[in-house]
Design a protein around this ligand. Structure first.
Ligand code: PDD
Length: 280
């Protein structure tokens, strides 16, 4: 595939980054994952304004506007022939001759983007309809999970914990409250109302989460943001996880126990349909 690195489009396998890059040495950078369906972006302005916020929060100074980022990514997708793709965009503070934690005085950020295939909506629906299993685990991450940082070691360990338990996702718990998943947000349905944890510094403000909330409001589905306890989640009729690459997926087992009747829930089906319609 064709990638983008510091102003140049090139075959991905030819992209070279210095080992002195602070992304490599310190995970000093931020990223976004943006879905494209049929070559057309979905939610790109929201993703790019979150990117601008992440860059500002970690103080990487760049002058690109949202329109400039969007046109760069649209070009990248076009060069890759369009289709259903997810674009990965990563910006690190850059490479510097000496390793020092503090920001170097003069440094040029490294801008990298690549594409990967996204399961076609239909194929994705078939898998999603089966639902996934999840476990809960203590949220061992830092206290700025609102920044989409590339430092994902805790997320990796927590996701592997799910894999080791034969599950597909880990739902994270901080002080008995649900924050989110390792790379997705969480929803719970109880007595016909859709709930999701409040968005604060303990979780990422997911773009898919926002889209789902918007759809719930638009279609008069009862919805509420709450401080969600583990007990509340365990007692839910339905659990969903949401992200740009997975859209909205039903969780049918939690810690080895069935959720609801062990099948994708009724409100999940309604929401998944609204989501598919909204994408077009
Ligand atoms: N992850 N929470 C975390 C920790 C995430 O990493 C993600 C996305 C989300 C969902 O956000 P959105 O709906 O904007 O994709 C929530 C991306 C997809 C990833 O790391 O691959």
């Amino acid at each position: 595939s064709i990638a983008f690195l510091n102003g140049t489009f090139l075959p991905l396998e030819e992209a070279r980054i210095s080992p002195l890059d602070r992304g490599f040495l310190f995970a000093d950078g931020v990223y976004e994952v943006i879905p494209y369906y049929n070559g057309i972006s979905f939610g790109i302005e929201e993703h790019l304004s979150r990117l601008q916020r992440s860059l500002a929060e970690i103080r990487i100074p760049l002058s690109q506007t949202i329109e400039e980022w969007a046109s760069l990514l649209n070009d990248l997708v076009a060069k890759n022939g369009g289709g259903d793709l997810s674009v990965y965009l990563q910006i690190t503070r850059g490479a510097y001759e000496t390793r020092n934690h503090a920001f170097p005085p003069e440094i040029k950020p490294t801008i990298f983007a690549m594409v990967s295939p996204i399961a076609s909506p239909l194929a994705a629906d078939a898998t999603k309809a089966k639902g996934i299993s999840a476990i809960t685990a203590p949220d061992i991450r830092w206290s700025r999970c609102d920044i989409k940082a590339i430092s994902l070691l805790p997320n990796i360990l927590l996701k592997q914990q799910a894999a080791d338990a034969g599950a597909q996702e880990t739902i994270l718990v901080r002080d008995n409250f649900i924050t989110e998943c390792t790379s997705a947000n969480v929803f719970a349905v109880k007595n016909g109302t859709i709930y999701t944890p409040v968005n604060d510094a303990q979780n990422l403000g997911g773009i898919t989460r926002d889209i789902i909330i918007g759809l719930a409001l638009e279609h008069q589905m009862p919805f509420q943001e709450i401080a969600m306890t583990v007990e509340f989640l365990e007692d839910a009729d339905e659990i969903w996880v949401s992200s740009s690459t997975r859209e909205v997926v039903p969780v049918i087992a939690l810690n080895g126990r069935v959720v609801g009747d062990g099948k994708p829930g009724m409100l999940w089906k309604v929401m998944a349909e609204h989501y598919q319609t909204n994408k077009k």
